[in-house]
Design a binder for this molecule. Structure first.
Ligand SMILES: Cc1cc2nc3c(=O)[nH]c(=O)nc-3n(C[C@H](O)[C@H](O)[C@H](O)COP(=O)(O)OP(=O)(O)OC[C@H]3O[C@@H](n4cnc5c(N)ncnc54)[C@H](O)[C@@H]3O)c2cc1C
Length: 401
């Protein structure tokens, strides 16, 4: 597939800001998103990996990704507020999630934070141009919530490193070229000390990626095995002892500013649900039922709270503050509200009297997939219980039991 930004909207984004930037992004997406990418319509097929990569590369050419990254590393050098405008428009467009969100939203900021100039030049443009898709190798069979319990070892050998161990639940590893690996450079008893991040090329000898089928029938999850894998000196990111603080930064980004678009995507899903329901007499009657109306109202409020969280985080970061543990509030609020909404949406759609109507079928197809994904949202990037613990401990500073 070749996607070309149309000439009419191929304006350099550096000349645009505020409402002009917003209408440029809206129009670009409108004119360039292939019809079968739209997740609110009945589609014959989902995009292939190659199609997704080509489309995301075109988004980059059009100035829609790498918005805040420095220009010398391929970014647009714009403000976080401008990134928010672009994210809001992406959220409002019913399109698939990026296949390289780990690269763009987690690896990019961390490499900008702790990478050497050479690492930034080598790694960052490859992410934006979609030449390198990344995965995140943190969790292990015995270390999920308790990440400090991880056992994958890295030790110095000659001028470089060797790595040995196993990761699990590595989303997208089978389609990735690189893995952001967290490994132990000290002994297990060191817990938070003696950890290091690595930028591991997945085609290196000794690495085996095995897919795990999930309940939605997808093969996105993987196990990644490292058998005495050789890494070069410049594949370590940051100092050997910097791994834990760097990992915490990755997790804070993951919870606070990663996928900023999701509040606006959530709003798009709610609008889609109500519009589809209005086409069916049974669902229209259900909307008039007080209990359903209350659920929809509650969801609407949850979305507004979530938008306020995102806008608050952008203001805080713009004013030089760090979001840190407060990112857990957004993650917890979004995952819990979205999971409830997905269950309510499926329950509502099951009351259709014309389930074969095009609008109801399209909504059912979309919300079945959202329902299954939402089950995982209260687990990944730290479970609900872990977020509650962080809020109690580091936001409210409650005494420990
Ligand atoms: C869809 C999906 C994608 C993922 N993608 C990735 C990825 O790309 N890379 C990656 O590294 N990992 C990924 N993960 C793994 C994810 O980070 C872990 O599943 C998560 O951290 C939980 O760890 P665990 O599965 O080992 O469960 P456990 O840590 O064993 O937790 C089991 C249960 O015990 C509870 N629990 C554990 N500790 C505490 C505590 N201290 N207080 C209260 N309750 C507690 C948990 O809340 C949970 O209910 C993904 C997971 C999912 C579901």
């Amino acid at each position: 597939m070749t996607v070309h930004p149309t000439a009419a909207v191929g304006v350099p984004t550096s000349e645009l800001s505020g409402d002009k930037l917003r209408s440029y992004v809206r129009r670009w997406l409108d004119e360039n998103l292939p019809a079968h990418f739209r997740v609110d319509r009945l589609s014959d097929r989902a995009p292939t990996l190659e199609e997704s990569k080509a489309f995301e590369a075109a988004m980059y050419e059009a100035g829609l990704t790498g918005v805040t990254w420095p220009t010398q590393f391929g970014g647009r050098g714009r403000t976080l507020r401008e990134h928010l405008i672009v994210s809001q428009e992406i959220g409002r467009t019913p399109m698939p999630e990026s296949v390289n969100s780990i690269g763009k939203e987690l690896v990019g900021p961390i490499v900008l934070g702790i990478g050497t100039p050479e690492q930034k030049a080598a790694l960052l443009p490859a992410i934006l141009e979609m030449r390198e898709v990344w995965c995140q190798g943190f969790s292990e069979p015995g270390a999920g919530s308790d990440l400090a319990g991880l056992r994958t070892r890295a030790w110095r050998e000659g001028n470089g490193w060797r790595v040995d161990g196993q990761k699990i639940w590595t989303s997208g590893a089978a389609r990735s070229q690189r893995c952001l690996l967290l490994a132990r450079t000290g002994v297990p008893e060191d817990r938070h000390r003696g950890l290091c991040l690595f930028a591991v090329p997945l085609d290196r000898a000794g690495i085996e990626v095995r897919t795990i089928r999930s309940m939605d029938g997808k093969d996105n999850f993987c196990e990644v095995f490292f058998d005495n894998v050789e890494l070069t000196e410049d594949e370590a990111l940051g100092a050997p002892d910097e791994g834990w603080s760097a990992a915490l930064r990755v997790l804070a980004i993951e919870r606070a500013t990663n996928r900023m678009h999701r509040a606006w995507r959530f709003e798009n899903e709610l609008t889609h649900l109500v519009d589809a329901a209005m086409t069916d007499p049974g669902l229209r009657a259900a909307l008039a039922d007080g209990a359903v109306a209350r659920q929809i109202g509650t969801t609407r409020v949850a979305i507004e709270v979530l938008k306020a969280h995102v806008e608050g985080a952008v203001s805080a970061i713009t004013e030089g503050e760090t979001v840190g543990a407060r990112g857990s509030l957004s993650k917890l609020h979004w995952s819990e509200a979205h999971q409830r909404f997905a269950a309510d949406a499926i329950a509502l759609l099951s009351r259709a009297v014309l389930p074969h109507g095009v609008a109801v079928r399209a909504a059912l197809e979309r919300f079945r997939s959202i329902y299954l994904q939402a089950r995982a949202e209260t687990i990944y990037a730290g479970t609900t219980e872990i977020q509650l613990g962080i809020i109690a401990d580091r936001v409210l500073r409650l005494p420990k039991g």
